[in-house]
Design a binder for this molecule. Sequence first.
Ligand code: NAD
Ligand code: ZN
Ligand code: ZN
Length: 347
Amino acid sequence: MKAVQYRGAGAAPEVVTVPRPAPGPGQVLLKVTAAGVCHSDIAVMSQPDEALGFPLPLTLGHEGAGTVAALGEGVTGLALGDSVAVYGPWGCGACLMCAQGKENYCTRAAGLGIRPPGLGAPGAIAEYLLVDDPRHLVPLGGLDPVTAVPLTDAGLTPYHAIRTSLPKLTPGSTAVVIGTGGLGHVAIQLLRALTPARVIALDVTEEKLRLARAVGAHEAVLSDPAAADRVRELTGGLGAQAVFDFVGAPPTAATAIGCAAVESDVSIVGIGGGAVAVGFGTTPYDTAVRSPYWGSRAELIEVLDLARSGVLDVHVETYALDDAPRAYADLHAGRVHGRAVILPNGR
Ligand code: NAD
Ligand code: ZN
Ligand code: ZN
């Protein structure tokens, strides 16, 4: 089968031919209908090979959806042809975190060598994907896999971050979204669907801000060193009750804390190496700063249910499997609006 692999040392992803996997006991083989392209993959491909913590080559793709193509021995509850989304942050299934569905915070995965597909295990940008356990599959229930597949990360990650901050997002409050790409453009819609907060979006080009407005941002502001002051102006000097930084670089982390209100939540979701210093007199009184990772199995079910209710409009740009390397180049160059989605088996 064809797969798109990162083969090491900063090389561009390549389309290669690898053996089609067969499901062992308890495993499920999916024929991939859609696979999303996340900016985290670019971060992975920018690291020295030794820093990765897993061997190369790596089949990319940690947002996956597919139809059940084969069931390993003992798997029940799924039928051939079922259309499913993949819960990506695979854990051990048994620790205290996993028992709560929070496999993203599994305490044993690293020790057991369990890695998410596309981030250590073979990923979804391939004709077929091997899933280690049926508990990592959620039925799509009529959702279009192409627009639903980004919800497994670009939807789930902001959903998890926002859900924690819901108590702060009361009527009259303000939420700031920094970076309105794959994750950010879904975050704006989640905030609009789940909260009465006024949403202020920040990005670096007018084109990106246009998408932010189109998906529901009340205000869209260019992200520059003056952006935090602009947010303060727009909030009568108070700042925002929740700030979600989907860039996480040093300048955006500074903006994030710079526009935070007293008793606010600041979530650094992007992995751009930014950090926030926390201390008395440094941060607004009682502000909490967190760095969430992906989301729980229950939250993925909730995000897909929310999509089924019709309130999410995920913008996708689709590519054939052979064009996946171009999708990564486009994402790197800032040319993707919404999420790039690969269709490994055509439409
Ligand atoms: P993306 O490329 O689709 O979107 C990033 C957006 O940020 C783009 O619209 C870009 O124009 C904008 N941007 C860049 N610099 C900016 C700046 N200085 N100010 C404001 N906006 C700026 O990326 P994505 O796939 O949405 O991922 C976003 C970030 O989240 C990445 O760092 C990714 O690695 C990370 N991520 C983290 C988690 C997690 O669990 N914590 C999960 C998924 C992705
Ligand atoms: Zn991701
Ligand atoms: Zn676990």
